[in-house]
Design a protein around this ligand. Sequence first.
Ligand code: PLP
Length: 386
Amino acid sequence: MKYSIYLDNNATTPLDPRVFDAMLPILKEHFGNPASVSHEYGWYAGELVEVARERLARTISASPEEIIFTSGATESINLALQGAIHHSISTKKNIKPHVITAGTEHKATLDTLRLLAERGEIQLTETGLSKTGEISLIDIELAFKPNTVLVSLLLANNEIGTLHPIHDFSKLTRLRGALLHCDATQAIGKLPVSVETLGVDLLSLSAHKIYGPKGIGALYLRKSTTEKKISPLLHGGGHEHGLRSGTLNVPGIVGLGVAAELAEKERATVSGQLRELSKKFLEILSAAGAKFELNGPPLENRLPGNLNLYFPKTTSARLLSSLQGKVACSSSAACSSAAGRSSHVLSALGFTTERIQSSIRIGIGRFNTASEIQKAGDLIAELVQT
Ligand code: PLP
């Protein structure tokens, strides 16, 4: 099968060969269960997990004991949100917890919180947004109530690349005694992600967005503010400090550790390269006379590599169908595309149905070349004018 030019790196990224090389011996030989404490198979697997935990912790300036391995960012987000909410409900029985988020968050956050609100378990506020998806400190301050226990926001949006000033929000949440969860899934390897600088209490991430394997992620839990304040979702063997039962995915964990270390080491170079390629892509469209508008903030203020473009003369369905076998990109997040829904993010920004249905997301990644960007840009410029 001949593959098209891959420009959907916000949906997932290819596995870095260095990550693959680190995982291969674990898949082939080192099959031990880290919970088997009576023999060398288990001891070695346990050592591998702890080395990966240290690697990941170092990447985000956390301590190893503050890292819990999960199956991906969706699970991390669910554990952070449901864990904090259910703990609050069980300890403060007469007070319904209030949670603050935004309508542009990933579905893992929105669907979880909206379901809990529908069931009457929480009060939910979705903050105001600018036309490009920014949230101001005032918006958050206005949303606060005496019973606010949790604020959950992205560091970088996966569809429109908007960045949130999480370090400013964390000062407020700390002052008001609420926990701050940050979904940093798209930001790792492209923006500085230090839990110290950001001041977050909980942070979710996933390996497959940083050239690691699928099905593995992690949740950071600040020890000083979250200890004994998060109830587990999964019960069983009591793995991961009792917060996430289930036999650990050792090859995945090793892959995540290596991917995270490489992502941080190469961040400055990679984000510069992604910004350059994004600029080049827009220049190609402009030079060819294509009519387009950028959804979300301007290039200098957005997640490197992410573009979301409105083409008034076509529809995304038509464009994506013409691009099949040539360029792989998408009309919205992979989970919305899979469910056949149009972008909830563009809709939260108040865009018309016509604009939403004529917008596509381009996700440029570390493995894309200037010549691929040229080819894809030329082709898209031609298609949107015919
Ligand atoms: N959060 C963001 C911002 C994402 O882009 C994604 C991936 O689609 C997720 C969460 C979910 O990640 P995972 O696929 O690891 O469950």
